[in-house]
Every structure is written in C-alpha cells, then in structure tokens.
Design a protein around this ligand. Structure first.
Ligand SMILES: O=C(O)CCC(=O)C(=O)O
Ligand SMILES: [Fe+2]
Length: 371
C-alpha cells in the first residue's frame, strides 16, 4: 500500500531548469529563444472589464453553507455553482470561511519566499529524483519551450507523504502558515465537492469515499516581469488533472485566463476571493457534466504576478471513473475507470498541453458527445 502510494507520487519528474527570476534581472532587451512561443496563437483576449456579461461567475459560499438546505435562497446559489461548473469549469468564491488574517500571513510569507537570494533557493531546488521544490513542472525534453515562471511545488497531504526534509528546510513561519492554509483548503475543497455532489445528484458516500483521504499538492507560482510579454507564456494552456484546484491570486496583477467560446477571458483578482476550477478527475467523476477547462497565465512587462494553486485530488489508492450513482442516472459511462496511480503516471509523463490527458480516458462512443 505504501509502495503504491509512493509510486503515485514519484511517477514523474521534470528536467531541471534555471531560475526565470534571475534571468529577468539581467539587462536583456530580448528574451532567450527557449522562452519564445513562436506558434503561440494570438487568441482573442476579452478582459473582465470589457463586458460584464462575460466574466467568471462569483459564488457566495456563505449562502450555501449557512442557509437552510431546501430554501429557495440555497437552491438559487447551488444552481449558480452548478451552471458555473458546467459552463465555465471556473468560478470565484467569496465568504469561503478562510480567515483574512491567514490569507494575509500566508501571502506575506510566499512573497518573501520568492525574494530569498538564489543561493538559498538552490538548497530547495528540484533534483533528479523529485519534482518537489523550486523549478518548473512537465519539462520532458531539452527542446521544449519553457514558461516565464518559477514555481515551488510541494506535496502537503496526506501527512505520510510529506517530504519532512523539504518541510524542515522551509522558513519556519512559511511552514506554519502553509500547514494551516493546506488544512483550511482541504476543508473548503471537501465542502465544495459536497455541494457539487448535491447539485449533480451523486450519493454523498461516493464523494466522501473518493475524496476524504484525498491527496493535496501546492504549487506557488512567481511570474517575473518579462521584456517581451507578447512572446512569452507564464503558464502554457492546460487543464488541471486533479479533482478541484483552489487558486489564490496573491496580488492585483491580472494574468489568469480561461478559455470560453474560443476566446480567453481574464479572471480579475477580487479581494479575499479564491478561484475554484474543475480538474480532469472531477470532469470524469461527473460523467462529463462538469468541465475541466483550459486556462493559461500571461505575463506583463512591468509587473510581477504571484499565485498559489492547491490541487485537491482523490485518494490515490482508489480508482477514477464516473460516479456509479450518475452512471445509473445517465444510463451510460462516458469515461473509463482506471486506478488513479495509472491515471497520474500518464499525466506526469506528458508535456502539459491542453486537455490531452483527459482524451485517453474518454470512451470511444462518447468522444463526440462529451466535448
Ligand atoms: O497562476 C495562475 O493563475 C494559474 C496557475 C495554474 O493554472 C496552475 O498552477 O495550474
Ligand atoms: Fe492550472
């Protein structure tokens, strides 16, 4: 069992790459070719300011968590969550219950973490054995284009999988705040998954069984200012593999963009809000009702941007497939059922690109239908 768990976590590694933050400090007028995305289509960007009708929905979680189940206020907010998950795969949450002071403290620690001198960061850099630490993820070849981003990636749950050596090397206050944040995010993720289960009509035990002892990893992203922002990519378009991702945008710099009807819509940071998105696993569990949507991060010429993405993933000892209670309702399973360990091996072995990981999970006859 322990071996199986470890296999799940060590199933991929990323090639070691240099710090973008250090590169950005150099007096360059052009960025190195490895960061230039030549065939990066210039997709239409609809800024959140352009139209109020096209912005990622905002859900008030207090209305869901504190209003009597069955009341019309409750159902109207639950319906908003359901529509957002079906039509956007993304929403922002307000009144989520995580204290403003924890968010502020954690933010302050992450900001100073990325300001550490490079000599200190090198002690925490990824290595040949592990993708945890500073670096980038999903770099599988020396030719592959790189993102204009340094990240710090760490597994936080279950506790048994934490790399204690890495945790001990973190600045103590960051470690303390990360631990508190990680627990709060788990509680929040379980509460949102519970509401999604209700909206979809999935038996509550199925959600609990799959997610209660879920896995969690945290990816802190730092996007330095970039000399040629129109040629670089902060984070290449992708969908997330997990169940739910909860993203904390640490500053006011816009950068996260979500695919919507062929355009990219910017997700404007709102004070004290968190961004939630459906990952591939939740798309599968929902039998394709909810959508894991492509997103990317852009960079700017004069402003840095920071974000923290927390990936909440089912219990790795389980299988992923459409929820049995939904298959019974729909009379069809649109995705295969495979052990999660196998599913994640495929994910980490590939370059992060669009929704390629989900494609192989779709059952042939439903490929057209579920798009
Ligand atoms: O920085 C962002 O806004 C996006 C981060 C993200 O998509 C990820 O880490 O998977
Ligand atoms: Fe993502």
């Amino acid at each position: 069992m322990e071996n199986q768990k470890n296999a799940a976590i060590n199933c991929g590694r990323s090639l070691i790459v240099p710090s973008v933050q250090e590169l950005a400090k150099q007096p360059l007028t052009k960025i190195p070719p490895r960061y230039v995305h030549q065939h990066h289509q210039k997709p239409l960007l609809i800024s959140s300011d352009d139209t109020s009708t096209l912005s990622v929905p905002v859900i008030d979680l207090h209305t869901l968590f504190a209003t009597a189940y069955g009341s019309s206020t409750y159902y109207s907010e639950l319906n908003k969550l359901h529509i957002a998950s079906k039509e956007w795969g993304f929403f922002q949450v307000i009144n989520h219950g995580i204290s403003e002071s924890l968010l502020e403290d954690f933010k302050r620690e992450v900001l100073s973490f990325f300001k550490l001198p490079i000599e200190e960061k090198q002690k925490l850099w990824q290595n040949e054995e592990s993708q945890e630490g500073f670096g980038q993820l999903f770099v599988v070849s020396d030719e592959q284009k790189l993102d204009w981003c340094d990240l710090f990636y760490i597994f936080t749950l279950p506790h048994s999988l934490r790399k204690s050596q890495l945790f001990q090397k973190l600045p103590p206050i960051l470690r303390e705040k990360l631990e508190a944040y990680s627990m709060e995010i788990k509680i929040l993720a379980m509460a949102i998954l519970g509401e999604m289960g209700k909206a979809l009509g999935i038996d509550n035990e199925e959600i609990t069984e799959l997610f209660e002892d879920g896995y969690q990893s945290v990816r802190m992203n730092h996007y330095p200012p970039c000399q040629e922002p129109e040629l670089a990519m902060g984070l290449y378009p992708h969908s997330d593999a997990g169940g739910l991702t909860i993203l904390y945008q640490l500053n006011e710099t816009e950068g996260l963009q979500v695919r919507k009807n062929g355009n990219w819509v910017s997700v404007k940071p709102l004070p004290n809000a968190l961004v939630v998105n459906i990952g591939d696993t939740m798309e599968i569990v929902s039998n394709g009702v909810y959508k894991s949507i492509e997103h990317r991060a852009s960079v700017q010429s004069n402003m840095e941007r920071l974000s923290v993405a927390t990936f909440y993933v089912p219990n790795m000892a389980k299988e992923v497939g459409p929820a049995p209670s939904l298959v019974a309702q729909h009379n069809v399973a649109n995705y295969r059922r495979v052990p999660l360990v196998e599913y994640y091996k495929g994910f980490f072995a590939r370059k992060l690109e669009g929704k390629s990981n989900l494609e192989f999970m779709k059952l042939e006859e439903s490929k057209e239908k579920v798009v």
